[in-house]
Write a protein of this length. Structure first.
Length: 69
């Protein structure tokens, strides 16, 4: 099975070093969810993925990438 990778940590840094808490507030989730996403321990729902991309003002594909087998 493939894996979904993300660039959340890099994007936070590139956006004035946005905190995990700030991103969580903008995306409507908890800081713990952002931590789990950054560590690759959690795959977001499609709705949350879009909210995170919107928080950064970028396309979904700039945040999340699917790496097939």
């Amino acid at each position: 099975m493939g894996k979904i990778k993300n660039r959340i940590r890099r994007l936070r840094f590139d956006n004035d070093e946005m905190t995990q808490e700030e991103l969580a507030n903008r995306a409507g989730c908890t800081r713990q969810t952002i931590i789990a996403l950054e560590q690759g321990k959690y795959v977001p729902s499609i709705e949350l993925a879009f909210k995170i991309a919107k928080a950064f003002g970028v396309a979904l594909e700039e945040v999340f990438q699917y790496e097939g087998e």
